[in-house]
Write a protein that binds this ligand. Structure first.
Ligand SMILES: CSC[C@H]1O[C@H](OP(=O)(O)O)[C@H](O)[C@@H]1O
Length: 370
């Protein structure tokens, strides 16, 4: 993958036009803006695995578009059925790049069904490939629209919870903004919308060890958008809540189980416990595609464990060794927050609130908004 330094828009993680895909190398932000040329599903797989691109929605879109670029430039001499088989196998391969976020597997499943259906009526493979490329491209615009709707519903709901003349200071974790999506963001999109409504006093973002998505990416986005924001260490979050300066915590999601248990960046569970102790509402912001109704609870969510180097070396593994040689490491990239610690789930279709003290009716919500 070659790198180029062109800079269409410093928050644009995915630069795509038919036949060409460039991904912003998020490992080098915020100090360097470098785009990598992605020419195949293999390039896409490696970019996701190595966190060139990250964030549940963004990795799904990057995966699909990496295959769209390979397909567009492919000299294929098989049948329509063989074209569909080629695409379904490549999608299965792309899903293996990161296991926890459901967006990637959900998108792959939908695209596989689409190409198999297209092959039933296509006279030639070109029609199957074009149906796939069209669907992959639609993910870009659909995601931005969903994120803006999440922002709208989130801001409106938070405003409805405020007493007169109250305003909001919001704590968030990891990066859930433009850099984690096709644009605007999920939890950070809600912060953008609250700020646009003039209701935001301060955003607080955690560093989000070990990969530092908060200090490197979320802080970058907040400064870029001139949103009043303060960076804190992960370990300062409880003290900040105790100080009374946080009115709400809003985080993203990689996978929401049928009961509302939510997998998100490691450290989210600790934030939820601290928020509960300090009686601060705790929200998850995610598109409905992040909900996995096939899992009754978070018990069965696969949590990716990443390289010990992310802890042993500086800069989330990109720098030189700083930890004691020989120490063992446990580095889960995510944790699961139980539904009873979550106040509400903000989606592009509206906010899912509890139907009893500790329970959501996620299935009922999804059925209603389908
Ligand atoms: C809207 S992004 C969702 C989710 O993805 C992030 O993880 P990673 O940076 O490892 O891809 C984080 O968990 C975000 O909350």
């Amino acid at each position: 993958m070659e790198s180029t330094n062109s800079k269409p828009n410093s928050l644009q993680s995915i630069c795509y036009q038919r036949g060409s895909l460039r991904l912003l190398d998020q490992r080098r932000l915020p100090l360097e803006t470098v785009y990598l040329d992605i020419r195949s599903a293999t390039d896409g797989w490696n970019a996701i695995k190595d966190m060139v691109v990250r964030g549940a929605p963004a990795i799904a879109i990057a995966a699909a578009l990496s295959l769209a670029v390979e397909t567009f430039n492919l000299d294929f001499s098989g049948t329509s059925t063989e074209a569909a088989s080629f695409l379904t196998k490549k999608l299965e391969y792309l899903v293996s790049s990161r296991p926890t976020a459901v967006n990637l597997s959900d998108a792959a499943t939908k695209l596989q069904k689409l190409v198999l259906k297209a092959a039933e009526t296509a006279d030639e493979p070109k029609a199957v490939f074009e149906a796939f490329i069209d669907a992959a491209e639609r993910m870009l615009t659909d995601d931005v629209n969903d994120n803006k709707a999440i922002g709208f519903h989130g801001a409106r709901f938070l405003q409805s919870q405020l007493k007169d003349s109250e305003s909001l200071s919001i704590l968030t974790h990891c990066n859930t903004g433009s850099l984690a999506t096709a644009g605007y963001g999920t939890a950070l999109g809600v912060i953008r919308s609250v700020h646009a409504e003039g209701l935001l006093v301060q955003a607080f973002c955690t560093e989000t060890r070990p990969f530092n998505q908060g200090s490197r990416l979320t802080a970058f986005e907040l400064v870029h958008d001139m949103i009043p924001a303060t960076l804190i260490t992960d370990s300062a979050a409880a003290a900040l809540m105790k100080s009374g300066r946080v009115n709400a915590v809003i985080v993203g999601a990689d996978r929401v189980a049928a009961n509302g248990d939510t997998a998100n960046k490691i450290g989210t569970y600790s934030l939820a416990i601290s928020a509960s102790f300090h009686k601060i509402p705790f929200y998850v912001a995610a598109p409905v595609t992040s909900i996995d109704l096939s899992l009754p609870s978070g018990e069965d969510i696969i949590v990716e464990e990443r390289s010990p180097k992310e802890l042993l070396n500086a800069d989330g593994g990109l720098g030189k060794q700083v930890a004691a040689p020989g120490i063992s490491v446990w580095n889960p990239a995510f944790d699961v927050t139980p539904a009873n610690l979550i106040t509400g789930i903000i989606t592009e279709k509206g906010v899912i609130t509890k139907v009893s003290a500790d329970a959501f009716d996620i299935k009922g919500f999804v059925e209603k908004v389908k």
